[in-house]
Design a protein around this ligand. Structure first.
Ligand code: HEM
Length: 261
């Protein structure tokens, strides 16, 4: 009997993998996730149009304009100080959430909780120090960022509104730092806050009222701790995130980073 010979070449493993990848990339589910211009789309080509799409269709990249000035992406221009301030804020949020698992804002518990955190909790000392150093560095980074903006004259129109937002961000950063200072409930914290709130007592007209509101009573105590804790972990971060969003949005709307025309 004659043998039937199939002269069609059998697909190799590579061919089969390519077909499977093509099927997945051509599916509706895939194209609903990866929008036009994505490098993961079937038949992606490196064209100016697709490059624009990559920026426009990405949740993170779309914060940047599709076209940027060449000098603006140079690290030596901004020294990435604004980005660094933001990165430190994220770091402080993550480490701060870790600390919240082990800390109670009560006068009888706070100091012991910090001691236990440092001595008995795995990575407790490390994370506490990351939070503390991160806070110092954020104040420094924000200040240097402000100095950089001033040096480049970027506070001038059309960026004067963003400068004002920046001043609010600086104030909020300092307030976050100061409210966190009380939380270990040690002698240093106690007296720093006593001195700080006494100074605020000299505010014209409403001095005593301001002091009372900040202390949650006539003198520093558990009420102060609770008040400053809520300000530190909830209220101030919430407000600063809103102002950061406005700040970043304005950088875009004011025509991107300043610089030579
Ligand atoms: C939490 C604090 C802050 C964060 C996270 C932040 C973040 C940023 C970022 C990411 C940029 C883009 C360019 C760059 O990295 O330099 C920027 C630009 C800018 N920031 Fe800030 N910033 C903060 C505080 C401030 C302060 C304190 C000021 C001034 C008082 C300020 C004024 C400005 C201005 C005017 C620009 C536009 C600069 C330009 O076009 O060259 N910012 N900021």
């Amino acid at each position: 009997m004659a043998k039937i010979i199939d002269d069609k070449p059998r697909p190799t493993v590579k061919d089969r993998v390519n077909t499977a990848v093509g099927d997945v990339q051509g599916s509706q589910a895939w194209s609903s996730i990866f929008r036009p211009g994505s490098i993961f789309r079937k038949g992606y080509t490196d064209s100016p149009r697709n490059r624009s799409y990559v920026i426009m269709n990405s949740v993170l990249y779309h914060l940047h304009p599709v076209k940027v000035k060449r000098h603006a992406v140079k690290v030596s221009y901004t020294l990435c100080l604004g980005g660094l301030s933001f990165f430190l804020f994220i770091l402080l949020t993550v480490t701060g959430i870790f600390l919240m698992f082990f800390y109670r804002p009560e006068a009888t518990a706070a100091w012991n909780d910090i001691q236990n955190l440092q001595t008995s909790v795995t990575f407790g000392l490390l994370v506490r120090n990351m939070h503390r150093w991160g806070a110092h560095l954020m104040v420094l980074a924000v200040f240097l960022h402000m100095a950089r903006v001033f040096y480049h004259g970027a506070y001038k129109p059309p960026r004067e509104f963003n400068w004002v937002i920046g001043v609010i961000l600086l104030t909020l950063t300092l307030l976050l730092s100061f409210t966190g200072y009380l939380l270990p409930w040690d002698q240093l914290a106690l007296w720093a806050v006593t001195v700080g709130t006494n100074m605020m007592g000299y505010t014209p007209v409403f001095g005593q009222e301001v002091r009372f509101v900040l202390l949650g009573g006539a003198e520093i105590g558990s009420e102060t701790l609770l008040r400053w804790y809520v300000l530190h972990v909830l209220f101030l971060p919430f407000v600063i995130v809103i102002f950061m969003a406005i700040h970043f949005w304005r950088v875009r709307k004011d025509g991107g980073i300043s610089g030579p025309l």
